[in-house]
Ligand binder design. Structure first.
Ligand SMILES: Nc1ncnc2c1ncn2[C@@H]1O[C@H](COP(=O)(O)OP(=O)(O)OP(=O)(O)O)[C@@H](O)[C@H]1O
Length: 657
């Protein structure tokens, strides 16, 4: 560790795990050279600083490996941070940036400055000009972090864009065209799907007009170009939460949304009526030609003229003529080829396909390319779009598509094996800048929730009397409300947050460090929000955090605890538990839970000793079970994709079966 600054070398030595130390020590060797460049860059004018950055960009785009540019890039970002934000990246932040650049999930204690650290690997990746993405947990944080860091990037000539939900397509395109793009994983996933639908439509030469409506509807009548570029580099904030907790959530674009759906239904019905007219209006070889081999119907000129002349419902004014021809062609095709009780049956107002080979009913399956809807119209049953998935992807799939993936988190250690297995990324703890002085007070276990709440209010009262701010985390909104009533009875002024208004609440949480403040929040409220201590609070002992119950995942508990003792600030926390806590039911099942509850009821109001491990065991069990479930789901998802690929289907766009 000769070439590593002494302070950092000592901090690395104090970590556990040989491989972790080795890796960090290897990357820490970039610190001295970065430090050395500091004074040189400090002397540069703003103009020259940007020029340096542009020359780095030129080198990256000419093919020089990013690893070789890391030292200069990080030194430039550090200087830009100093100039524009008065924040010069700490050495441990540089170390974290390097680890992220090499594809790790960096675990930095809450409050250690992940927002600033992110600028390092993101800037470096953006030098290549292929786009660098930064995923946050919600829209508010995407906008806030982008705004906070924009001056740093701009000083280096980098453009920054933000994706927000409900944003029109044109603006998305602009945001993705920027060097760096901030947004939520969900929005980026949906953009990926919309693009994929669009690309399929383009590659099919817009032959499938139903498909065209799909894409048009799903993308809000967007322009013709995909919004995203290749998925190049992604840095995920709160990586454990996004990559694990939310990773299995499928993002689904339904085939057609509201109004477009109604218009399409009208068109299907109208076309079916025309095709079914008696005597027939559309005559074979006169109004249309039928290709027996391909089973295709195409209208002749006379047929098209007839379509134009036929009266139509007003809603169809909004359907393009070319599409109306297709509706009619499809209706004629269905009338000629698809027969009731042979190809399908009608059961309870639904079309059920009869499998051609086995003769069995193919429950839940649907014909594609509008055929199913045309048959529904022919039979006069309700036309179904909603169950039609136009496209679907899980967040996990999307992240796995990036060429390079890295992340940041305050709390990933417990998920390290899972992250390594699924995403092939290592979790690396980064030492803190200053030693944390957060104090853990002994956990208190009570027999009943009632006793627990009362003890908690007592503690809040005592600490509140000293002027120290208190933050209490609960597992649900109703529990926040229970506590709120008790606090009111005790005459303690407080604020309740329950993640309904994220932006406003983040503001309130950020003020929760003020003298005398009492804040009750569900675990989601204020996630990722910096709580700065108000004037005088440091000397009083900092923020006190109370955890009123264990969450299903230890990480969420740690996130709450991490609201105090930030950046070496003083602070303390305590867990309050009771024998009727939900986690015990989840971990041990109803029988054992009932016994614990009974035991709790018979123990009075005093706190119980030696029971803490019962709770951690229950939490362990829940975590293990959830991990198992996620693995099973992942296995099925992979099998589905494999099967679809073998059938030359697109696993994101085609629903199986
Ligand atoms: N190099 C630096 N110099 C000065 N201040 C810094 C530096 N890095 C971070 N900070 C400050 O530290 C505080 C915490 O930063 P930030 O909110 O990014 O932490 P975090 O790690 O994201 O925390 P959390 O996990 O809770 O979201 C901020 O107030 C930030 O301004």
């Amino acid at each position: 560790m000769k070439t590593i600054p002494q302070g950092v070398a000592r901090k690395i030595q104090m970590l556990t795990g040989g491989p972790v130390k080795r890796r960090l020590a290897q990357w820490a060797s970039c610190l001295e050279p970065i430090n050395r460049l500091g004074p040189e860059y400090e002397k540069l004018s703003d103009y020259d600083l940007r020029k340096e950055s542009l020359s780095l960009r030129y080198r990256a785009r000419s093919g020089e490996p990013l690893d070789r540019l890391l030292v200069e890039a990080f030194a430039l970002v550090r200087e830009a941070g100093r100039r524009t934000k008065n924040m010069r990246h700490f050495e441990v932040q540089l170390l974290g940036g390097a680890a992220a650049h090499y594809g790790s999930i960096i675990e930095m204690q809450t409050g250690e400055g992940k927002t600033l650290t992110a600028t390092l690997p993101t800037y470096l990746a953006a030098l290549e000009g292929k786009g660098a993405h930064m995923a946050t947990v919600n829209d508010y944080l995407a906008a806030r972090d982008a705004e906070l860091m924009e001056p740093v990037y701009n000083a280096l000539g980098m453009s920054i864009g933000v994706i927000q939900s409900q944003m029109p397509q044109a603006e998305r395109q602009k945001a993705y065209a920027c060097d760096i793009t901030y947004g939520t994983a969900n929005e980026m996933g949906f953009d990926f799907l919309r693009d994929r639908l669009l690309k399929r439509r383009i590659s099919e030469g817009a032959r499938d007009l139903f498909g065209e409506m799909l894409t048009g509807g799903a993308s809000g009548g967007a322009g013709e170009k995909p919004v995203q570029r290749d998925l190049h580099f992604m840095l995920v904030d709160e990586a454990d939460s996004i990559l694990i907790d939310e990773a299995r959530t499928p993002l689904i674009i339904s085939a057609l949304p509201g109004e477009a759906e109604e218009i399409a239904a009208e068109a299907y019905q109208w076309a079916a009526q025309q095709a079914a007219a008696d005597p027939p209006q559309f005559i074979d070889d006169e109004h249309y030609e039928y290709d027996h081999k391909d089973k295709q119907v195409s209208l002749t000129l006379a047929g098209r003229r007839l379509v134009r002349e036929l009266p139509k419902p007003p809603a169809m004014d909004r359907v393009a003529l070319a599409e109306i021809y297709e509706y009619v062609e499809r209706a004629i095709k269905v009338k000629r080829e698809m027969f009731l009780n042979r190809h399908y049956i009608v059961r309870d107002g639904e079309i059920v396909i009869v499998d051609e080979f086995s003769g069995r009913l193919a429950e839940g399956r649907k014909w594609r390319a509008g055929i199913h809807q045309a048959i529904e119209a022919q039979e006069g049953v309700e036309i179904t779009f909603a169950t039609n998935q136009a496209a679907r992807i899980t967040i996990q799939d999307m992240f796995l598509r990036y060429h390079r993936l890295a992340g940041m988190t305050g709390t990933a250690s417990s998920s390290a094996p899972e992250l390594r297995k699924i995403y092939k990324v290592h979790v690396l703890p980064i030492p803190t800048n200053r030693p944390p002085i957060r104090k853990q007070l002994p956990t208190l276990v009570y027999g009943t929730a009632d006793a627990k709440w009362r003890a908690m209010v007592e503690e809040i009262k005592q600490i509140h009397a000293t002027g120290r701010p208190v933050l209490i985390g609960t597992r649900s909104i109703d529990k926040s409300e229970v506590l709120s009533v008790l606090l009111k009875e005790a005459g303690i002024e407080h604020t309740v947050l329950n993640a309904k208004h994220i932006a406003k609440e983040a503001e309130i949480v950020s003020a929760a460090g003020g003298q005398g403040r009492v804040t009750v929040a569900t675990n989601m409220a204020g996630r990722g929000t910096d709580i700065k201590l108000g004037p005088g609070v440091h000397d009083l002992g900092g923020l006190h955090v109370i955890c009123s119950e264990l969450h299903e995942s230890r990480r969420i508990d740690r996130q709450l605890i991490g609201r105090c003792g930030r950046q070496g600030d003083p602070g303390s926390y305590r867990q309050f538990l009771s024998l009727d806590d939900e986690i015990l039911l989840q971990g041990f099942g109803p029988r054992r839970y009932k016994r614990l509850v009974e035991r709790g009821k018979s123990t009075g109001d005093a706190s119980l000793r030696g029971l803490e491990s019962v709770f951690t065991r229950a939490q362990d069990r829940v975590e293990r079970r959830q991990f198992r479930d996620r693995k099973v789901l992942l296995y099925h998802e992979k099998e589905r994709q494999k099967m679809q690929r073998a059938m030359s289907q697109d696993p994101y766009l085609d629903s199986p079966g």
